[in-house]
Design a protein around this ligand. Structure first.
Ligand code: NAD
Length: 504
């Protein structure tokens, strides 16, 4: 542990007004209420450990009420039968309102999650705006097909007419994690609402504040009562109850692979549809023909952005041996220059990790790597009043079977290893139970495309990393998940395909 002193800047007036409320309830059927048990729990500023406020601690009774409200709103068609252009207008208005409140939302996200302000203000919350705008456009483009058949047993003189139509899947349970709360929530809500579904949202227990504010803005945008319902609380209580609930038609989950397995078990009772956006251990490969300076900056951003608490973080670096020392030293230099501090300080480049529990887990990984014989090129320390600041870390002398090479650390810890044979490095990169994302740095587009074909990952970036857009599907192969968020593929998660075949 080393010392880290910092000031905590005051939040802006709007964020402060929200924080002054101190207590935040559930939102069910258009009304705010305390939990059925009246129990609450604290949400903390991870940088300081100070309590920011108390949230409703929901259990099965709250989830029952929220699902009933979502079911009533779905069944009476107040949203699913609203003409698509009207649905689109409300989704667009939600985007406008998020944008109008972007500084307030970014500060609340920083206080609750720890992230440096710029991450929310310039990347994640604009990403949430983009989700609602993109899916607003798609709400008017949910189309089936007319299908010529070879049926020939209709009565004499009659014809067959067959077509498909897409219908909303029903009540969606959206369960999201704490690393990028608002944008990951938007990635579920925007397509679900565009499709005409109603939703029960369960945010992560340590980062629920922006979900509360988002739901208020959605109501202000004109979303009818019961279309969005919010239950805050713990995964094993509210989350589990939602995943098990027989009244829920689909669970849209983002979180860890371990919880993903629990969700699957819980969902099997009524065979609800499930999509899973899970963990990753994404490789970044630097070939000998790369623009080395660009690769150094890109590989550093790929692991250190948002303190490495990013599912697609480039956490395994494979670098051609001819440039390995230069790249590793360059990344270490950037790592050591990163300014740690409270996220609200605009000069801060990296805030704390989300909780003391999480930073100590990341610390255990660093220790396990050292114990297994890896070297710490830079970083490896934990600091701050709440012991939540992990210094940006690069570890070398790593072997494929080390835990730090195989498991998702979800912190600012890069494991770096040289390679000589470009064909062999493809096997090394693919040697993971995860398959979420990968990056390759090369000045040869044909090398880049060859690697893109060979890498078993849901997304491959060439000469970049984490290039997100609402139009680009994102999700995992192997144990990184089922299904895709973003893009037209995401809309399909929330639609059922109905075939109609008529004799006329
Ligand atoms: P987590 O799995 O612990 O929690 C995610 C959500 O699930 C939280 O809301 C939590 O309360 C809830 N939950 C926990 N137990 C539950 C249960 N038994 N039933 C129902 N819900 C339950 O994940 P986390 O630690 O909050 O987030 C980090 C993980 O999320 C990392 O593994 C990261 O890679 C992954 N992630 C994936 C993506 C992606 O798009 N693939 C994006 C972001 C994060």
């Amino acid at each position: 542990m080393t010392d880290l002193a910092f000031d905590v800047p005051s939040p802006n007036a709007k964020a402060q007004e929200f924080l002054d409320r101190r207590e935040y309830g559930n939102f069910i059927g258009g009304k705010w209420s305390s939990s059925a048990s009246s129990e609450t729990f604290e949400t903390l500023d991870p940088a300081t450990g100070e309590c920011l406020g108390r949230l409703a601690r929901s259990n099965t009774a709250d989830v029952d009420q929220a699902v009933a409200a979502a079911r009533a709103a779905f069944d009476d068609g107040r949203w699913s039968k609203m003409v698509p252009m009207e649905r689109a207008k409300i989704l667009w208005r939600i985007a406008d309102l998020i944008e109008e409140h972007i500084d307030e939302l970014a500060e609340l996200e920083t206080l609750d999650q720890g992230k440096a302000f710029y991450v929310g203000r310039w990347a994640e919350i604009p990403g949430a705006v983009g989700q609602f705008r993109y899916f607003s456009g798609l709400a008017t483009k949910i189309e089936g097909a007319t299908i010529p058949t070879s049926i020939n047993y209709q009565p004499e003189g009659k014809e067959v007419f067959a077509y498909t139509q897409k219908e909303p899947v029903g009540v969606v349970g959206a369960i999201v994690p704490w690393n990028s709360p608002l944008v990951l929530t938007a990635m579920k809500l925007a397509p679900a609402l565009a499709a005409g579904c109603t939703v029960v949202l369960k945010p992560a227990e340590n980062t629920s504040l922006t979900a509360v504010r988002l739901v208020e803005l959605m109501t202000e945008a004109g979303l009818p009562d019961g279309v969005i319902n919010l239950v805050t609380g713990f995964g094993a209580e509210a989350g589990q109850a939602l995943a098990e609930h027989p009244g829920v038609n689909k669970i849209a989950f983002t979180g860890s692979t371990a919880t993903g397995r629990r969700i699957l078990d819980a969902a099997k009772g009524n065979l609800k549809k499930v999509t899973l956006e899970l963990g990753g251990k994404s490789p970044v490969i630097v070939l000998d023909d790369a623009d080395v300076d660009a690769a150094i900056q890109g590989a550093a951003n790929a692991i250190f952005f948002n303190g490495g608490q990013v599912c697609i973080a480039g956490s395994r670096l494979y670098c051609h041996s001819s440039v390995f020392d230069r790249v590793a030293a360059g990344i270490a230099e950037i790592a050591q220059s990163i300014k740690l501090g409270h996220g609200l300080d605009q000069a801060t480049q990296m805030g704390p990790l989300v909780s003391r529990e999480h930073s100590s887990k990341v610390g255990e990984y660093i220790d396990s790597g050292k114990g297994d014989g890896a070297s710490v090129l830079c970083g490896g320390t934990i600091a701050g009043p709440n012991e939540t600041f992990v210094s940006p870390t690069v570890m070398t002398d790593v072997k494929p079977d080390m835990r730090i090479m195989r498991e998702e650390i979800f912190g600012p810890v890069l494991v770096a290893t040289p390679f000589d044979d470009p064909n062999e490095v493809i096997n090394s990169a693919n040697d993971s139970e995860y398959g979420l994302a990968a990056g390759v740095w090369t000045e040869s587009l044909s090398n880049g495309l060859r690697f893109a074909n060979a890498l078993r990952a849901g997304t491959v970036w060439i000469n970049g990393h984490a290039m997100y857009d609402a139009s680009l599907p994102i999700g995992g192969m192997k144990q990184s998940g089922w299904g895709r968020d973003s893009g037209q593929a995401a809309l399909e998660n929330y639609l059922e395909l109905k075939t109609v075949c008529a004799i006329h």
